[in-house]
Design a protein around this ligand. Structure first.
Ligand code: WTA
Length: 676
């Protein structure tokens, strides 16, 4: 048992454990029936060692970061290794930002080479555990060597500075090696999550013009093998993509097709190269990676991040928010295919010289205590996961944690969706033993790193709020005209100043970049989220207010699912909405009208679910298909999603329905079920 003292709630109400009300928290979905009014301050022990240890210190630094970003970020950026110093901190002409103008650096040098001069050389950079149970510890020196060798493999295959490489891999250290090898030679990577389909790979490969795909034969997930190479084969079938070579890591050992002249085994390629690979000095604004994410319309957009600003923000947040120290064992449970895996499994922690733990598989394999087992075994000190996982752990029961000693933990984090106070309290008490601060970090693929988050030694936390903006982040909640709303009023979350790790564009679509993010409020970034601020100025994120769903912390565009559905021969029209889901945050409900002569049935419903899985990937599997004779539309033909959402959630219908074209449609929809 840890001797550390429990964090003390500080509000007056705290004395009464009954400070919980059985009412719905404002802004939270129906997944929580608990309001928790207590305020939690970090323990004296935590504060004593913290880099930022008081609210006053945070406020002073935050004010300086907004008023004098040149000075603030100029100072912070000196902690990175530059091969040529920057001349100017920021050049901003909305919506185009240039950070650290004139500076040159290399990301892999910052994540690896610079740690080799001192004691970190033999320190664990990555601790890895495979789902079947293999264990590997890779030191900074070894990782450096692996990255250099693989960078030479890239060069052997004519990958050059500025080229795009798609990475479709399981959660193995080689995924990080592949990413870092790209950065070493200035190639851009685009990691595609292993839960996406062949079609999704093809779309991304084509959109970014990738000349190489790096994959594995398969990966392990919940005891089964995910056939990654097969998906890549299907994606490249027909040869109409720009891909020239595919590098295949042998992970699971099952038979895979190897196409002569295109596919090469990772281990074989290593035989031809040596371990010396000079890093290419990249301009601070050189593109670093593209990561596709869902928007409210059309196909996923390729979010573009560049070198210096992104790396600095990932580094700074790892330092100030995760408070990473040389003796920490830090574990981020996100997949490398999401931005969280990029910033907080690879780039942030490695730039800090920290030890980053990586686990390949599912949290409930072979049993529900796999995560707790890992925390105990490796002495994890900082743990970062998603509310959807926390809710699953709660459901599985406390006995799974009780079997393990979690006293090594000192700091917890969450990301991906609003955390309901009930889950927050459980995380705090059961996982954190009441002694670990929780950093609830709000951010997006587009923002590159944490935007609104507690600074753990300085900002008291309240269950369910991401608290206050990080340095350089000028966040506000505004009405449609851009006026700040009053206390506790709901509005749109905007960022009013550029920040170092902001996206620099959407790959190949300048107009969409301007239109999507910078047009609702001139000169400001609109995040797509709703929020409110409380009396202390804390931000409570309500969630997406555009047509983007958040399913188990994964972003999914309703338009994407709709277009997948209508690509099926039986479907005439489809409308997709989210409904509150206790575990996943949101579930996917699809309203479907079928073509003339098609008979609806349970089989068809299952077939449509499968079809969506095939088109987008298992990540988008619908929870429910509801057949309808027609969809409710306004006179101008717009589908009334608000009504569909209410129907999907089983709520009684509210609001004005006078603009409905056919009011009878509503009654029929409410009554319709997945079967006929
Ligand atoms: C949501 C993930 C509330 C939000 C890093 C955002 C959150 C979207 C939080 C981005 C949080 C993320 N509290 N909501 N702490 N973190 N979100 O691009 O709706 O996959 O817009 O990036 O997740 O999802 P993305």
């Amino acid at each position: 048992m840890s001797k550390k003292k429990a964090a003390k709630p500080v509000s007056k109400k705290a004395a009464k454990p009954a400070a919980k009300k059985a009412v719905k928290a404002a802004g939270s979905s129906s997944k929580s029936l608990l309001v928790e009014n207590r305020v939690f301050k970090p323990s004296a022990d935590f504060v004593k060692k913290a880099r930022i240890s008081s609210m006053a210190q945070y406020q002073k630094m935050h004010a300086e970061s907004l008023k004098n970003p040149d000075k603030f970020f100029g100072r912070e950026a000196k902690e990175l290794s530059w091969s040529r110093p920057f001349k100017k901190v920021l050049d901003w002409k909305c919506p185009n930002a240039k950070w650290f103008v004139g500076g040159q650096l290399n990301v892999s040098v910052n994540c690896l080479d610079r740690h080799l001069d001192g004691p970190r050389k033999t320190k664990a950079a990555i601790i890895w555990e495979g789902e079947p149970g293999e264990k590997r510890v890779i030191t900074y020196q070894q990782l450096h060597r692996d990255v250099c060798r693989f960078a030479n493999v890239l060069k052997r295959h004519k990958v050059k500075k500025g080229d795009r490489v798609v990475i479709y891999m399981p959660m193995v250290p080689e995924a990080a090696v592949a990413m870092l090898a790209c950065t070493r030679i200035g190639a851009m990577h685009s990691v595609v999550f292993g839960g996406f389909s062949a079609e999704s790979i093809k779309d991304r490969v084509t959109d970014c013009g990738a000349t190489m795909v790096i994959t594995a034969d398969g990966g392990y997930r919940r005891g089964a093998v995910v056939a990654l190479k097969k998906n890549v084969d299907d994606a490249l079938k027909g040869g109409d993509t720009p891909v020239k070579s595919v590098i295949v890591l042998r992970r699971t050992g099952q038979d895979v097709h190897i196409e002569e002249g295109r596919d090469y085994w990772w281990h074989r390629e290593l035989e031809y190269v040596d371990a010396k690979c000079p890093a290419v000095a990249m301009d601070s604004e050189a593109p670093l990676f593209i990561l596709y994410t869902s928007g409210s319309t059309g196909k996923p957009k390729g979010i573009l991040h560049t070198t210096g600003g992104y790396l600095l923000h990932a580094y700074m947040t790892s330092k100030y928010v995760f408070d990473l120290r040389d003796d920490d064992v830090y574990w981020c449970t996100a997949d490398i295919g999401w931005v969280t895996g990029h910033s907080y499994m690879v780039y942030g922690p490695l730039a800090m010289g920290a030890t980053s733990l990586m686990y390949e598989g599912a949290p409930n394999w072979p049993e529900n205590d796999r995560f707790w087992r890992i925390i105990e075994e490796y002495g994890v000190t900082v743990f970062y996961t998603a509310p959807t996982a926390i809710r699953a752990f709660m459901k599985w029961g406390d006995e799974w944690l009780k079997k393990h000693d979690l006293s090594s933990l000192r700091l917890l984090g969450t990301v991906g969706e609003p955390i309901n106070p009930e889950a927050w309290m459980w995380y705090h008490n059961q996982v954190g033993g009441g002694r670990c601060p929780i950093v609830d970090t709000w951010w997006q693929t587009e923002t590159g790193g944490h935007m609104i988050t507690p600074i753990p030694g300085a900002i008291p936390t309240k269950p369910g709020t991401a608290t206050l903006p990080f340095f350089g982040v000028d966040a506000a909640v505004v009405d449609d005209l851009g006026k700040e709303v009053g206390k506790d009023e709901q509005g749109k979350l905007v960022i009013r100043k550029p920040w170092p790790s902001m996206l620099r564009g959407i790959w190949g679509d300048k107009d969409r970049y301007q239109k999507t993010y910078w047009s609702d409020f001139k000169g400001w970034y609109f995040a797509g989220d709703g929020a409110r601020r409380d009396k202390d100025g804390y931000f409570w994120i309500i969630g997406r207010i555009d047509d983007v769903l958040n399913v188990a912390g994964h972003r999914l565009g309703t338009a994407e699912v709709e277009s997948a559905l209508v690509s099926h021969a039986a479907v005439a029209e489809a409308a997709v909405v989210g409904r509150p889901d206790e575990l996943k945050g949101q579930g996917v409900v699809c309203f479907v009208t079928v073509k003339e002569g098609v008979k609806t049935s349970r089989d068809l419903s299952e077939e449509l679910k499968k079809h969506v899985r095939k088109v987008i990937g298992p990540v988008a599997t619908p929870d429910e298909i509801r057949f309808a004779a027609a969809l409710p539309k306004t006179r101008s033909g717009k589908i009334m999603r608000r009504l569909l959402k209410q129907i999907a959630s089983g709520e009684t219908l509210k609001g004005d329905t006078t603009t409905l074209e056919d009011i009878n449609v509503i009654a029929a929809l409410a009554a319709a079920s997945g079967e006929d």
